[in-house]
Design a protein around this ligand. Structure first.
Ligand code: KG4
Ligand code: ZN
Length: 359
């Protein structure tokens, strides 16, 4: 079975063609094209919905042609067409969804509406037919979820963020620090040289007794710390947050060290909360497997920290390859394949839903 999937939920336009869910050879993922719009949104410090949807519209025909050519298939050889139907930006979701529906109608083949979070959640199993029961930690720019995964389509949300998502916290703190967008890789790069113990930042809700998260207090703590360690030397534009900063330490440190220390301390605070809540979710459900997915799971310190904790506790820890962690259409094609193999297809009347729930 061959599936063509389109992902346009946020600022990545992506098309993938996947044959079969069991990956006997690497050629089973026949094509995976991703066009990032980072350059377009960078100057705004975040995604501008109107700009994103216009770009999807401009990019998608080219990506579809390229994917079909590199997969060396014809439209008639494709058995189903899938698209992310939510959650995400309405005007962006509409572009990919309408295209996939149009292709399905034109080719007379089924359409599958896929939940973006399900794409992330199942990505650690990419290439295998069997989804082993697990506790899934999904950490992306829009979501932070702990999910009890019993099988494909059988999910129970155990905890979620009550305010900012983990990736959103990385992006907002990077912006506060005058770093580029997306903030995750910018902070991770600097954190490598920093001292994570230098600044005592809050581990919010660590002892809340539930499995929910909160990252907005951490962002605010960084904000209040800034005047003590940095001098805003240039205010750009009208947004007070987008000042360029000079880092100083009244005593010994050089400016760069301060920035690295801030990044490392912030990153460690996020990691500590994600690790402790994940371990608690495993304990509560008596699960022996943790999976990690979503854009923030590219973060090597997070992966290593969770891997070490899992190893210590005898927990299996499958993680998606880095290229599958940030938004892509291969994970959407994989989720669609698992559904199709279980006889599940969607109605063409199914609408996009910016707030689509996972469970
Ligand atoms: O999954 P994703 O591509 O898009 C959403 O579904 O939101 O995740 C994007 C998020 C951004 O917030 C970005 O800053 C974060 O993932 N991210 C990282 C890293 N790479 C991307 N966060 C921390 N460390 C990274 N290396
Ligand atoms: Zn995502």
């Amino acid at each position: 079975m061959t599936i063509l999937a389109i992902e346009t939920s946020c600022d990545e336009t992506a098309v993938a063609i996947l044959r079969g869910s069991e990956r006997q050879s690497s050629s089973d993922l026949l094509a995976s094209e991703v066009a990032s719009q980072i350059a377009e949104h960078e100057k705004f410090g975040g995604v501008v919905p109107e700009v994103a949807s216009r770009n999807h519209l401009a990019q998608l025909p080219r990506l579809l042609e390229r994917a079909i050519a590199s997969a060396n298939v014809t439209i008639n050889e494709i058995d189903a067409f899938a698209a992310t139907s939510g959650p995400g930006l309405a005007s962006s979701l509409l572009v990919g969804n309408s295209a996939a529906k149009g292709l399905a109608i034109g080719a007379g083949k089924p359409f599958l509406a896929i939940n973006h979070l399900e794409g992330h959640l199942l990505s650690p199993f990419f290439g295998s037919k069997k989804i082993e029961p697990n506790i899934g930690l999904v950490v992306s720019g829009g979501h932070t979820l702990l999910v009890n995964v019993r099988g494909v389509g059988n999910y129970e949300i155990l905890g979620r963020t009550l305010d900012d998502a983990a990736g959103e916290a990385f992006d907002k703190v990077a912006k506060l620090l005058g770093l580029g967008y997306p903030g995750g890789p910018e902070i991770e790069m600097r954190a490598q040289k920093g001292d994570a113990k230098k600044f005592d930042l809050p581990r919010s809700m660590l002892n809340s007794g539930d499995l929910n998260f909160s990252f907005s207090g951490l962002k605010t703590a960084v904000r209040y710390l800034l005047p003590k360690v940095v001098i805003p030397n240039e205010v750009e534009g009208s947004r007070a947050e987008s000042f360029k900063v000079t880092y100083r330490d009244p005593s010994t440190d050089t400016g760069d060290d301060m920035l690295a220390d801030l990044c490392a301390s912030f990153q460690q605070a996020v990691i500590d909360v994600l690790r402790e809540k994940s371990l608690r979710a495993l304990q509560q459900t008596k699960s022996r497997r943790l999976t990690l997915s979503g854009g923030v799971s590219c973060n090597r310190a997070l992966r290593e920290n969770l891997r070490a904790a899992c190893q210590k506790n005898g927990i299996d820890f499958p993680v998606a390859d880095s290229w599958l962690c940030t938004d892509n259409a291969a994970m959407i094609a994989f989720a669609a394949m698992l559904r199709l193999e279980n006889g599940i297809v969607s109605s063409l009347a199914e609408e996009i839903d910016p707030n689509l729930a996972l469970a």
